[in-house]
Design a protein around this ligand. Structure first.
Ligand SMILES: [Zn+2]
Length: 198
C-alpha cells in the first residue's frame, strides 16, 4: 500500500522522525519550545538538499559557442557554497574557483554558480563535489583545460576540538591541458595558500 522502502516519505512522516530523534537525544518533543522544531528541521532539510530535485546537467543551459575566443583563460573565483558531509550530515562550507582555457564553449558565471549550488545541496564529500563540478563543466563546455579548486571548512572536524577549529581542506581537479600538474597552476594563480572565509 505504501509503495515499499523506496517510497519518498511524506512531510508528516519526516516530522515524526525528527520527534523520534529528539526523544533519542533526551529532549521532550512535547515541550512547548520544541513544538515547531520538527517542522523547522524538515523545512531546513528541504532547503539544504534541494539539489536532489534538480538535474545538474540541465543547469548549465545552452552553451555559448565562441570559436574566436578558443584558448583564452577565464577564471571564476570565490563561488561560495555550503554543503553537508555524507558521513555525519554536518555542514561544510567554503568556495570554489574555476580556471578554464576556453574550448568549444564559454562558461557563464551564473551557470557555474548554479551548478555548484545544485551539486552542493546534496550529501557530499568535498573530494566528490570537486570531481562532479569538473565532470559537468568538462562535458558541457569541452574546455581545452580546466582546473577546479575547492577550499572548505568542515564542522564535523571543527566541532571536535579547538586544535581542529582552524583546519581546512583544499581539493583540486585538473582536466585536459591542466590535468598534469593542477597544483602548479593553482599556485601560479594564487589559489594555493588562501584560507577560506570563516
Ligand atoms: Zn563529516
Amino acid at each position: 500500500m505504501d509503495g515499499g522502502a523506496d517510497r519518498r516519505p511524506g512531510r508528516a512522516e519526516a516530522e515524526a522522525a525528527v520527534r523520534v530523534l529528539l526523544r533519542y537525544i533526551g529532549a521532550d518533543p512535547q515541550a512547548p519550545e520544541l513544538a515547531a522544531t520538527p517542522q523547522r528541521v524538515v523545512d531546513a532539510l528541504d532547503e539544504h538538499f534541494a539539489g536532489y530535485r534538480r538535474d545538474p546537467a540541465d543547469v548549465l543551459g545552452a552553451p555559448l559557442a565562441a570559436p574566436d575566443l578558443r584558448g583564452q583563460l577565464v577564471e571564476i573565483r570565490d563561488v561560495s557554497f555550503s554543503s553537508h558531509c555524507e558521513h555525519h550530515i554536518a555542514p561544510f562550507f567554503g568556495t570554489v574557483d574555476v580556471v578554464l582555457r576556453v574550448g568549444a564553449y564559454l562558461p557563464g558565471i551564473g551557470h557555474v554558480a548554479d551548478l555548484v549550488e545544485v551539486l552542493a545541496r546534496r550529501l557530499q564529500l568535498q573530494e566528490r563535489l570537486t570531481r562532479e563540478i569538473a565532470d559537468h563543466l568538462e562535458a558541457a563546455l569541452q574546455p581545452e583545460g580546466l582546473l577546479v579548486v575547492v577550499r572548505a571548512r568542515h564542522t564535523c572536524m571543527s566541532l571536535r576540538g579547538p586544535c581542529r577549529r582552524r583546519a581546512w581542506l583544499r581539493t583540486l581537479e585538473g582536466r585536459g591541458a591542466f590535468a598534469e600538474n593542477p597544483e602548479t597552476l593553482a599556485a601560479a594563480l594564487g589559489l594555493g595558500a588562501r584560507v577560506p572565509a570563516p
